[in-house]
Design a binder for this molecule. Structure first.
Ligand code: C2E
Ligand code: MG
Ligand code: MG
Length: 252
């Protein structure tokens, strides 16, 4: 109500076979709270509180609507150079809310955003839940939006049950990626995840890439996309446009 929440965007790049990257592949929307005394509060400190006090619905709606509006604004301004996919995180409580799927459809309609440009991210533990949750994920898919499994590797669901989940993309958790270049075990886990995902026609994103050597590993394992501080920290919308622009200038 006091407009203290805002959304930042972290680029997600596509790793091209020629060794280059497509920088306009997509972005992930990440919420922040500008608190008058505490300064900028990260989502880890307030998402769960919002869930517990019943504010997650309003918070999630705000992020979704802001993200879709910004996405369409970039389309209008940059055309084909604009990011092609907008990822938005979902919390457990949102998925369970009556009427929520209809409100996603409404935001898409109101903003004019193509459903296939929206990727909703759910965690493994959430996606692997009961039949009800599964049914809701299928309802979302029926709208035409993409689904991603976030933080893969940190929950209980396994590679052997990946085929049961209606997801298009698997995001490999940072805890694996950050050891990609130092631990053979983690390297093999990433490799196995990429291979199983590919065998099911799913894309993979390596989360939390911070160094060139981590990037080299996930690239050699044919991961489709990468996200992390190595490319960019999450940025306010205005800075994201500058980031896209400066990289285009360098490429040209
Ligand atoms: P996530 O969806 O897995 O988002 C990625 C998180 O990793 C972000 O943290 C991002 O800033 C951080 N990150 C990205 N690259 C790197 C890197 O190279 N190194 C390190 N150390 N970190 C990196 P953030 O923004 O603090 O968000 C944390 C989590 O909070 C998100 O994890 C997501 O689960 C949740 N979250 C964020 N925004 C929302 C939202 O609007 N709604 C809901 N329900 N959850 C959200
Ligand atoms: Mg996410
Ligand atoms: Mg994640």
């Amino acid at each position: 109500a006091e407009e203290q929440l805002f959304v930042v965007y972290q680029p997600v790049v596509r790793l091209l076979p020629d060794g280059g990257v497509d920088r306009a592949a997509g972005v992930e929307a990440l919420v922040r709270w500008r608190h008058p005394q505490r300064g900028v509060v990260p989502p880890i400190d307030f998402i769960q509180v919002a869930e517990e006090c019943g504010l997650i619905g309003a918070l999630g709606d705000f992020v979704l609507e802001r993200a879709c509006r910004d996405f369409m604004d970039w389309q209008a301004r940059l055309g084909p150079a604009a990011p092609r996919l907008m990822a938005v995180n979902l919390s457990r409580a949102q998925l369970g809310q009556a009427g929520w799927i209809a409100s996603v459809a409404r935001v898409l309609r109101d903003t004019g955003m193509a459903p296939a440009c929206l990727q909703l991210e759910v965690t493994e533990s959430l996606a692997a839940q009961d039949q009800d949750t599964q049914a809701r994920l299928h309802d979302l898919k029926a709208l035409g939006v993409k689904l991603a499994l976030d933080d893969f590797g940190t929950g209980y669901s396994s590679l052997s049950s990946l085929h049961l989940l209606p997801v298009d993309t698997v995001k490999i958790d940072r805890s694996f990626v950050c050891q990609a270049d130092t631990s053979a075990h983690h390297r093999v886990l990433i490799e196995a995840t990429v291979k199983v995902a590919q065998s099911l026609g799913m894309n993979t994103v390596a989360e939390g890439i911070e160094t060139q050597s981590q990037l080299d590993v996930v690239r050699s394992q044919r991961c489709d996309k990468a996200q992390g501080y190595f490319y960019s920290r999450p940025l306010p919308a205005s800075e994201l446009l500058a980031w896209l622009d400066s990289k285009m200038a360098v490429a040209a």
